[in-house]
Design a binder for this molecule. Structure first.
Ligand code: ARG
Length: 463
């Protein structure tokens, strides 16, 4: 979108020298106190900047509808807000020294360019509901990407499961060779795990997709705000109705989303461990593509699975996120507290971590090679012991007698396995039920209406 040239340069200059704190009256804050209380907001709030602008466009539209802004004022605010949005997209938006956070920066920019009109936009709003709405919009967008990435990895896993469904590998209990498994089962197991994780993501998305705007400082406003209107403009499913509850959602929303991310992370870290182990020479079940391994500075033969190790560590750290957030917010009563700001330090970067891990995992799963000759190694012969017991039982020998006979044969070294398996029930080697698993995943994914949210944001941006 073309940036409009502002005809208000005189106003801009007049307001250039204004105070940078929204609340500054006639005392100046101690610089050390400011540094401590602002914390990492100037850096982290950049992630919220786009959403602060979108929220402000919706809020000002609503202010006009209740007579607190004229049409001309609203149009000039929208024009400047869209300019600011373009600046953010270009990577040129900064939160200046002396400005506390993104909310103050956007208001400062509006006031520099529009004078008194800029100063009107905060009517009926507090930074408390402003940051709430920013976080909801940010999280909603990030969750859409996480869900799509989870579905991408799911598709890759199902494809590998189908492709290698005939190839057996040993299953383990206690890390001891146990019973036949297959690559169909192994890949498919992680796919089904992601289908369950998607349920958490959906719940988190739905809880997040409710409008807190209009709760102001946490107790509403004496202006006749039209919250239904901002809910529709922002494409939320509904609002957080009770204004006290809307404010209580700060921290709660992040915690619940963190639980969903932790669920995905749990799937990834387990898969990463399996992959590292199966890739080791002692197992040799899978081979990572050479381009996905790293070397050693001293041992020339090494092709290390560092990518899965980093993924495991990051995903294990992500599983601590709900607990970290809980520890920050747990002992707070209702109402806003600055403690809540600290949650952003842990919560905002989590999305980049999980998305990166998902994209790495998908890339490698699509390219991983499986060993088709595993069973030629006699050390895995005993995994067919139960098959043999069941075969004898089917021929009429009581199960306990068959069990004993096979056990004694193994001890005597006379056990020779039949290496074919006959598993036919649902979810077993011969009947993976990938179709059913896919249905669960797609139903959950499709129940979320991402398009409505995206359309609403684009409309507010005039695109
Ligand atoms: N940076 C603040 C936060 O993240 C914005 C809200 C400030 N509100 C206040 N009452 N001091 O919580």
């Amino acid at each position: 979108m073309a940036r409009s040239t502002s005809p208000r340069n005189t106003v801009c200059t007049i307001y250039m020298t204004m105070a940078k704190k929204l609340w500054e009256k006639n005392t100046t804050v101690n610089p050390e106190i400011e540094r401590f209380t602002v914390g990492r907001d100037r850096e982290l709030d950049l992630l919220l900047a786009r959403y602060d602008v979108i929220g402000s466009i919706a809020h000002s539209t609503m202010l006009q509808s209740i007579g607190l802004l004229t049409q001309e004022e609203t149009e000039s605010l929208h024009c400047e807000l869209r300019n600011i949005y373009s600046t953010i997209e270009d990577g040129a938006f900064v939160i200046e020294d002396g400005v506390e956070d993104v909310h103050s920066q956007v208001e400062l920019m509006l006031t520099r360019c529009l004078g008194d009109t800029g100063k009107k936009i905060h009517s009926g709003r507090s930074r408390n509901d402003q940051v709430l709405v920013d976080l909801k919009l940010f999280t909603r967008n990030e969750l859409q990407e996480v869900c799509a990435a989870v579905k991408g990895l799911f598709d890759a896993l199902i494809e590998q499961s189908e492709k290698h469904k005939e190839i057996l590998l040993p299953g383990y209990t206690h890390l001891q060779v146990a019973m036949p498994s297959s690559f169909g089962l192994w890949f498919g197991a992680y796919a089904e795990s992601l289908a369950d994780d998607m349920l958490f993501l959906q719940a988190a998305y739905r809880m997040c997709n409710r409008n807190p705007l209009g709760s102001a400082a946490g107790y509403g406003s004496s202006f006749p705000l039209n919250r239904t209107m901002t809910t529709e403009l922002l494409g939320f499913d509904s609002m957080n109705y009770n204004v006290v509850y809307a404010q209580m959602g700060r921290g709660k929303c992040e915690k619940n989303v963190a639980f969903a991310l932790a669920s995905v992370a749990g799937t990834l870290s387990k898969m990463a461990f399996d992959a590292c182990m199966f890739n080791s020479q002692n197992f040799g079940f899978v081979k990572l593509p050479a381009e996905c391994t790293t070397g050693s500075s001293i041992m020339p033969h090494k092709k290390n699975p560092d990518v899965f190790e980093i993924m495991r560590a990051k995903c294990n750290r992500l599983q601590a996120l709900p607990m970290d957030i809980t520890m920050i917010m747990n002992n707070l009563p209702s109402g806003y507290f600055r403690d809540l700001q600290v949650i952003k330090e842990l919560f905002l970067p989590a999305f980049a971590d999980i998305k990166e891990c998902l994209s790495m995992a998908t890339y490698i799963i699509e390219r991983i090679e499986v060993n088709k000759e595993i069973l030629n190694d006699s050390r895995y012969d005993t995994m067919f012991s139960v098959e043999e017991v069941n075969r004898l039982a089917t021929e009429g020998m009581p199960f306990r007698d068959a069990y004993k006979k096979v056990g004694l044969d193994i001890e005597a070294g006379t056990f020779t396995p039949h290496k074919e398996v006959h598993h036919t029930h649902e979810g077993s080697i011969g009947n993976l039920c990938n179709k059913e698993i896919r249905e669960i995943m797609y139903r959950t994914y499709d129940e979320m209406d991402f398009q409505k949210a995206r359309d609403a944001e684009q409309t507010l941006l005039g695109r």
